[in-house]
Design a protein around this ligand. Structure first.
Ligand code: FMN
Length: 189
């Protein structure tokens, strides 16, 4: 698959086959993230591959976040159903990688490093796609909690988790759509 085809055909994947992505494939795919453009060569991206215990802990936390979304008058059974569905949803992601960026500079450096880490995310998504690995970027509440930083060994004062990459082999690929270029591009005099 050439790069242009990968850019156009890549879609976020929400349903995966059960098998996880092997570590050597993860490493190959993430190695392309390192080639993203980044100002002053700060290489601000950091990647943490979740092991089974970490995944289990975060799936339980995800379940509690879902439980808390229940309507005020929901009964225990309904709350438990939400929690169970949340647990199952998180747990169904075969491989999860937390992506963070170093935030140790002034406002401009931090903004540029965030941008560079997002470029790395896109490289990774495209490199994976070209090799049959699908991904979904998530910025859900579980990625933002202090407990998550602690669990992953990420210093919240020095790094920001820009998202989790859910990864695996696609079970389903949805169609995509975008605005016409003319709606987002203009020329000045
Ligand atoms: C910064 C960022 C955060 C995202 N967070 C979520 C998320 O929390 N949940 C989700 O379902 N999708 C999330 N996505 C995926 C988008 O929903 C998805 O890219 C969009 O629907 C376009 O679909 P496509 O990737 O298939 O082209 C995120 C994407 C980006 C770039």
């Amino acid at each position: 698959m050439d790069v242009l085809e990968a850019i156009e055909s890549r879609r976020s994947v929400f349903k995966f086959k059960p098998e996880p992505v092997a570590n050597d494939v993860i490493e190959r795919v993430f190695s392309y993230g390192r080639w993203a453009q980044n100002h002053h060569l700060t290489e601000p991206w950091r990647f943490v591959v979740l092991g089974p215990e970490t995944k289990e802990t975060l799936a339980k936390r995800y379940a509690e976040i879902q439980r808390a979304k229940a309507a005020d008058d929901a009964d225990d059974l309904a709350k438990q159903a939400l929690a169970d569905a949340g647990y199952a949803k998180f747990y169904s992601k075969p491989t999860i990688v937390a992506v963070s960026c170093v935030q140790d500079g002034d406002e401009i450096k931090n903004r540029e490093d965030y941008a560079a880490a997002c470029c790395a995310m896109q490289n990774i998504a495209l490199a994976g796609w070209a090799q049959g690995v699908g991904m979904q970027w998530t910025t859900g509440p579980v990625t933002l909690e202090t407990e998550t930083y602690k669990l992953l060994g990420i210093d919240q004062g020095a790094e920001y988790i820009i998202g989790f990459m859910y990864m695996g082999y696609p079970e389903e690929i949805k169609d995509g759509s975008r605005k016409e270029l003319g709606e987002v591009l203009r020329y000045t005099e």
